[in-house]
Design a protein around this ligand. Sequence first.
Ligand code: SF4
Ligand code: SF4
Length: 121
Amino acid sequence: MPPVIDARLCSFCGICYDICPQDVFYFDRGRKEVPAIPYPQECWYCGACVVDCPKGAVSLDLPLPLHIVPSPALYGPPGPEEEEALWRAADFSRSIERDSTGGNPGGGNTASSGRKGEKES
Ligand code: SF4
Ligand code: SF4
């Protein structure tokens, strides 16, 4: 599920718009409005918007395949480095899940125009 913004928490700072590598959001700095999410299908679930939102207003549900890790039964036990990477991935996944509780589906967003190259500096 693409990101959802809780309009009750959003402070219209535009950080999610600035940070998103996929330009999922659209934000007009001249208006005090919740960022729109005109390109939800572009989200690759990096979690940057959830982590960097200073108000905890963005929630994100990870698709089930992103919760699944390679089975040791099929691929053998992970080595030390792989194990560390799996623990970090699991921690990150749990942090996203925690942040995504109590969201506001729809988030008061409306689709709007705007695309790559239009971000203000
Ligand atoms: S980063 Fe958070 S508070 Fe800032 S505009 Fe995005 S949703 Fe709103
Ligand atoms: S999870 Fe990443 S790609 Fe998806 S909207 Fe947030 S910052 Fe953009």
